[in-house]
Write a protein that binds this ligand. Sequence first.
Ligand SMILES: NC(=O)c1ccc[n+]([C@@H]2O[C@H](COP(=O)([O-])OP(=O)(O)OC[C@H]3O[C@@H](n4cnc5c(N)ncnc54)[C@H](OP(=O)(O)O)[C@@H]3O)[C@@H](O)[C@H]2O)c1
Length: 236
Amino acid sequence: MDSGTYVIAGGSSGIGLELVRMLAPSAARIDVWSRELHDLEAGGVVRHAACDFGIPDGPLPEAPEEICGAVYCPGTITLRSFRSLTTADFRHDLEVNLIGAVRFLQACQPRLRGANGCPASVVLFSTVAVGQGMPMHASVAAAKGAVEGLVRSLAAEWAPKIRVNAIAPALTDTPLAARLLSSPEKREALASRYPLKRIGTPADAAAVARFLLSDESGWMTGQVLGLDGGMSTLRA
Ligand SMILES: NC(=O)c1ccc[n+]([C@@H]2O[C@H](COP(=O)([O-])OP(=O)(O)OC[C@H]3O[C@@H](n4cnc5c(N)ncnc54)[C@H](OP(=O)(O)O)[C@@H]3O)[C@@H](O)[C@H]2O)c1
């Protein structure tokens, strides 16, 4: 399946960019959809198409004819108290995290095809804050909780032709989390909260996404995989 065509929304930065770099040596084609190129080098098998999932019903690029794997990475990190969150914040978080994923999958679904008798694969992103309540996370956790519902529903509806899974990371060192990781002291304090005593890297999450895209995970669907240094399940 590695030699197939992938569409990666949000493949220009953070986890998605790392995934593009992991897949590129063996992929036939990778289409990246995002607002900007950032550090992405388009060329070879990698193409970039501009779009903004934050614009309700904004235009989306044309999906390739046949897609073996589709990944939706755009997300938000609106960490504020419930008192200071507006309904506009909740709507924006739903737009980027949930409705964007829905529109992305509507564009890709007719073209998702597995190969060699294996299903095609979809990967979405949740957050550790859905399964474990955390202060300041009401808006993003509500939006990502909806994504988890979408994952299980579509996994049931699209089996056996398309597998649908999600990754639920905790704090990962990407541009999205840069504000939280802006000094060595903050990094150390946050890392110490995890049983594995470090925060996540883009490569940690991209490796799990690559596994979920590959036929090695061919008997997995409807799963939300925690990727959180043990935070959600261990008391170390
Ligand atoms: N980093 C963390 O600590 C963390 C923790 C839990 C969950 N997650 C989840 O993991 C996923 C990946 O996050 P990341 O940390 O890799 O984020 P990131 O570094 O900010 O990358 C996000 C990617 O999505 C694109 N994107 C964002 N908003 C978009 C929009 N409105 N329209 C089109 N493209 C958009 C960005 O490109 P453009 O800017 O060019 O549009 C970028 O390529 C997200 O769903 C996030 O919620 C991350």
